[in-house]
Design a protein around this ligand. Structure first.
Ligand code: FAQ
Length: 329
């Protein structure tokens, strides 16, 4: 399997017979489907790659609150406001489970947050797009949470125990989010002409950014081969993107909406939809910080971090006082 991956991605993944005994024993545990726990020996590359992926994932959950948070005060009914509020709070919870999982690898939440706000760490490209209308709340739940679940369900089987366990809980909540998005979209798409136009416009704007969530095409993916050998990641970016398209197109049909892709066509032979790739130049520009909302998102996170400094200082002062008391006893 590894030889095949090296061929298909051009990335060097060590074969078992090239590894030293400790590394080989580690790889054999992974191949046997065992979980790696925080105190187990692990190669430094495995630790660093996990910190990168879990940290980016945590940041995505936290930054991901902002586009939807934008609509809490403008939800059209009390029920919709309560649902949206609960969803946004869930995303904060997901961020916290994931920061805790990353902390077990020896990196602090403070450190990860500082890396986010000074631009050294990424978060999902999708959250750099604005939410312009109420229908976008439906599109985010349906498409963005839909793409997130497609990617995260396999991650429940990832090799690192704390990440895998966090994903089990997160996936349960994400499926509720996806359903509420589809429900909202159904109301809009089956509503007045103006609501239907709004729903179509939201689909038009969120379709390609949702496809980008799965990462660059496999030929441009830097980490896939090694991450899959270590079961940090269970599928390639293109595999999951295809699954998402296959699942979502019939849902758009049900809603009576049109996916904004003239080339979209069921391919009988492949048993999959053929579809147009997103604009990869746009994707790379967005992840380099040049999307429509990158600057705004980082300003918001920096402000929240700075405004919260007094809480962290207060907690530390309390902890220091307590430690001094214990030491004196
Ligand atoms: N955005 O070599 P690959 C959510 C970067 S959670 C930004 O293929 P990899 C919940 C990548 O980091 C959404 N950057 O990378 C929610 C790497 O750069 P680096 C987040 C991206 O890691 C819903 C470079 O490109 N989910 O939405 C993106 O093997 C609603 C090369 O790429 C996760 O994080 C991107 N889309 O595969 C919240 C799931 N794609 O680090 C609120 C866990 C790639 O070398 C509301 N993560 N890059 O500087 C993963 O599964 C993987 O990390 C991928 C990327 C699949 C995202």
């Amino acid at each position: 399997m590894y030889a095949q991956m090296i061929k298909s991605t051009g990335q060097g993944v060590k074969a078992l017979d090239e590894m030293d005994p400790q590394e080989r024993a580690f790889q054999e545990r992974i191949d046997a489907g065992e979980k790696i726990e925080p105190k187990d020996w692990m190669p430094e590359g495995y630790r660093q790659n996990l910190i990168r992926q879990i940290g980016q994932h945590a940041h995505s959950e936290i930054v991901g609150q902002l586009p939807e948070g934008n609509w809490i005060t403008r939800a059209p009914t009390l029920e919709r406001k309560a649902i949206l509020l609960a969803k946004v709070q869930d995303e904060a919870g997901h961020g916290l489970y994931l920061y805790c999982a990353a902390e077990t690898l020896g990196v602090s939440r403070d450190d990860l947050t500082e890396q986010l706000i000074d631009g050294r760490m990424k978060y999902s490209s999708i959250f750099n797009y604005p939410t312009l209308t109420w229908a976008d709340m439906g599109a985010v739940g349906w498409l963005v949470d839909g793409a997130a679940i497609m990617n995260q369900v396999p991650l429940q089987r990832t090799s690192y125990g704390p990440y895998s366990r966090a994903m089990i809980r997160i996936c349960k909540e994400e499926s509720f989010h996806q359903r509420q998005g589809f429900d909202l979209m159904t109301k809009m798409a089956k509503g007045t002409e103006a609501q239907k136009r709004m729903a179509q416009d939201a689909l038009n704007r969120f379709w390609y950014p949702s496809l980008m969530m799965f990462g660059p095409s496999d030929k441009d993916s830097v980490h896939s081969a090694q991450s899959m050998a270590w079961k940090i990641k269970m599928n390639t970016n293109d595999e999951l993107r295809q699954k998402f398209v296959d699942q979502t197109v019939p849902q758009a049909d049900y809603l009576g909406l049109t996916v904004p892709d003239d080339t979209l066509k069921w391919n009988e032979e492949r048993g999959h939809y053929d579809f147009a790739e997103p604009d990869w130049d746009e994707f790379f520009a967005v992840i380099k910080g040049h999307g429509p909302c990158n600057a705004e998102r980082i300003v918001a996170r920096r402000k929240a971090w700075e405004d919260g400094a007094w809480v962290r200082d207060g907690l530390m002062a309390h902890a220091d006082k307590k430690a001094a008391k214990v030491a004196a006893e």
